[in-house]
Design a protein around this ligand. Structure first.
Ligand code: MOS
Length: 737
């Protein structure tokens, strides 16, 4: 029986956040804290010839100018081997510059202002080389990587070549382009590091506490137990903070050299070169269908940019393996190195760009087949996972289409473009499918039930603005059988049992089982304790004779004669019971199924025909994330994902200076993300159907699914409004006019 789970509970950290009482990693201070400022490379490719530090060192308050000359020995993995936490500082080791923004020095001073002044006084001489700044300037020796994060990215099934040349078929051949997008969380990256002898303490704005801990232990050759990483709240990340980056290492290195706490916060501009980005990519889609619109073959070729040092793949094609029931399918991925920092994952890293291309191509196929785009998708519905032949754990995509279409009024849609107007504006309706895997990760949690009627559950997980603190407390409250007010979830600290990284929408789906197990283990201890209590109905009971529900322990069959957990603990003279438990990434019930979320987006745009200005006036999404843990936080996740998708469609683009490779719109006024004034009505509907395979509660992640497909729904609606197919993001007025 669930009470807290499924309820539209307010965020437990909501009041603290809106009143400014909440503390993020950047809000902490230490006595004798010094401030560090990075000096970034001004050139995109070359070598550091000389760094003149004398002037900087003379500035009052400057404590340290860290350069190649005095960088202490760090045990770094070779570049290319791991995710690029080493990347921005290899220039401090070998003097080679591979992108603009890479570190050439770090200035540490008593105050931030002194450090900034010091950084401005560092003079660097470079030996410059001609950089490759665009994908088309990249070394033509493109790399075809085998996999990306365990997913095979070169893939083929069926008789591909035969299908592609079959006569009498409808064929769509189109290329789609998406530019670099940069994660723009409100909270910049920040580290505060200090050493107590060999013990390193770090406040770090991170979505992967345990990874940061492991990296720091490795780099400084100390035991993992001697690295304490804390991050009570994350002020947004969208992927960027799910990895380890050089500033954390640099702050810890400077703190050790100076033997005092060092705080290093990136500037907004540095956020554009330091923590990855969604890479630009070109995706070529070839769809072959019979006259009835049924797919015979689909091919999805992705080229994306990476850095010279790390082979990052934008795995956009993976959606084409599984989304539609095409007998033949092929995906290829190649990467082209340019002189830019290494890209990284950004919300729905494969699916956001991949579904843009695939779902736009499906719209083009619907046009060619003279079919309603929804009917086309129903005809190509994949009843089983076409990539593996497995059953879906729970797929309700048809219901998503149906509910979304009904709420939107899709039936009224004229097939032809440019057929609807409103007060002189062109009106268009478009749709797209949404999909994202239902991942879970191995993780652990500890539960403590106390004699004063409070419980606390802990795991080194992350509250990234998604509501994890609230939703995980809801799961814990129901597991214990207590009202939510009596249960607190604690996260953000590596001294807690190991939590999952906040990536791949795994947090809730993974931790709810670990919480459940930890609570049940604590309840078992309570029952064992009860059996030792003389003068109670439980004295001497065997474990199987006792049961628990709603915060009470009773003899099986006699729930009315139970004692509360508090009474049992007090009776035994104990303050609390506590237990820890873990779950694996997979178990019996997950095996043999493809666990995947689906949804459907419906979009209305209105376009001014004279100015080609487009507004999304109405957006309806029907989403299936399994059981909905909290309709309020889930809706908030969906709104955020949809708004990010609108930004990807219409405004977001990191623009690089073609001469220097530096981002020119590296600030909140020139990098356009949608604001409230840009948004129309957004209506989100969740199916709320239990996934029987993923975990005991049946909930899949809510974070990334909502963003997938949004961009295509907008672009398809723009075609329907104007008759113009734009395949190049973002769809700015100059492309639409
Ligand atoms: Mo996502 S960027 O894989 O958390």
């Amino acid at each position: 029986m669930n009470k807290a789970v499924g309820a539209a509970v307010d965020r437990v950290d909501g009041r603290a956040k809106v009143t400014g009482a909440a503390r993020f990693a950047g809000d902490f201070r230490q006595d004798r804290m010094a401030c560090a400022v990075i000096v970034p490379s001004a050139v995109a490719r070359g070598e550091i010839d000389a760094v003149q530090t004398a002037a900087a060192r003379k500035i009052p308050g400057v404590l340290l100018v860290l350069t190649r000359e005095n960088l202490p020995a760090l045990h770094l993995k070779p570049p290319g081997e791991e995710h690029p936490y080493t990347e921005a500082l290899t220039s401090l080791i070998d003097g080679k510059i591979s992108y603009a923004g890479q570190a050439v020095a770090l200035v540490v001073a008593e105050t931030l202002e002194q450090a900034q002044e010091g950084a401005a006084a560092v003079h660097v001489r470079y030996r410059e080389d001609t950089p490759a700044l665009q994908m088309n300037e990249a070394d033509p020796q493109a790399v075809f990587p085998k996999e990306s994060h365990g997913e095979k990215v070169q893939y083929v099934r069926g008789k591909m070549d035969e299908a592609l040349t079959m006569p009498g078929m409808i064929k769509v051949d189109a290329a789609y382009f998406n530019p670099v997008e940069t994660h723009n969380p409100m909270e910049p990256a920040v580290t505060l590091a200090w050493w107590d002898h060999d013990h390193l303490n770090v406040y770090d704005a991170t979505r992967w506490l345990v990874g940061t801990q492991a990296t720091l232990a490795d780099v400084f050759r100390v035991a993992k137990e001697n690295v304490h990483v804390m991050c009570p709240l994350v002020g947004g990340a969208f992927g960027s903070k799910a990895f380890r980056w050089s500033h954390t290492v640099l702050a810890a290195a400077a703190a050790r050299m100076l033997d005092r706490p060092v705080r290093l916060e990136l500037t907004r501009a540095q956020m554009f070169t330091w923590m990855g980005h969604r890479p630009e990519s070109r995706q070529k889609l070839t769809l072959v269908a019979g006259p009835d619109g049924r797919l015979i073959a689909m091919r999805h070729d992705t080229s994306s940019a990476t850095s010279p040092t790390h082979p990052f793949v934008a795995p956009s094609g993976v959606v084409s393996k599984m989304l539609y029931a095409a007998p033949a399918a092929q995906t290829t991925h190649k990467i082209l190195p340019v002189n830019r920092a290494t890209p990284t994952y950004m919300r729905a890293p494969a699916e956001a760009p991949g579904m843009f291309a695939l779902e736009c191509a499906m719209d083009e196929l619907a046009e060619a087949a003279r079919l309603d785009p929804l009917e086309l998708r129903l005809r190509n519905h994949a009843d089983i996972d076409p990539a593996t032949g497995r059953l879906w754990s729970s797929k309700n995509l048809k219901a998503c289409y149906e509910i979304g279409a009904e709420k939107f009024g899709w039936k009224q849609r004229p097939l032809a473009p440019r057929a609807m107007t409103d007060h002189g504006l062109l009106v268009g309706w478009g749709l797209a499918t949404a999909t994202y895997p239902g991942h879970r990760r191995g993780c652990a949690a500890a539960a403590r039930i106390t004699a004063n009627g409070k419980a606390r559950v802990q795991s080194s997980a992350h509250e990234i603005g998604n509501g994890a603190l609230t939703v995980l407390a809801q799961a814990a409250a129901d597991a214990i059988g207590w009202p939510l007010e009596r249960v607190t979830f604690e996260l953000g600290d590596t001294t807690f049992p190991e939590g999952p990284p906040a990536g791949g929408s795994v947090t809730t789906a993974s931790l709810c089982d670990a919480i459940d197990r930890a609570v049940r283990a604590a309840q078992t201890k309570l029952m064992e304790t009860a059996a030792t209590l003389p003068g109670t109905p439980f004295a001497g009971a065997k474990p199987e004779e006792l049961a628990t529900a709603e915060g009470k322990i009773f003899r099986r069959g006699h729930p009315a004669q139970g004692l509360s957990y508090e009474e049992i603990l007090r009776g035994a003279g104990m303050n609390f019971v506590e237990a820890e438990a873990e779950v694996e990434e997979t178990d019996l019930k997950t095996k043999g199924f493809t666990i995947q979320s689906f949804g459907a987006h419906f979009c209305e745009v209105k376009v001014d025909p004279a100015l080609a200005q487009a507004r999304v006036t109405r957006f309806v999404s029907a989403l299936d994330i399994g059981r909905v843990m909290n309709p309020k936080t889930a809706r908030s996740q969906a709104l955020g994902g949809i708004v990010m998708g609108l930004g990807m469609a219409l405004t977001e683009e990191t623009i690089y200076d073609p001469r220097t490779g530096r981002p020119v719109n590296d600030n909140f006024s020139d990098y356009k993300i949608p604001v409230n004034a840009d948004l129309g009505a957004i209506d989100v509907h969740f199916l709320d159907r239990i996934d029987p395979c993923i975990n005991t509660l049946g909930c899949r992640g809510a974070g990334e699914l909502p963003m997938t497909g949004v961009t295509a729904a907008v672009v398809n609606a723009l075609w329907h409004a104007t008759g113009r197919r734009v395949r190049d993001l973002p769809v700015t007025p100059d492309k639409l006019i």
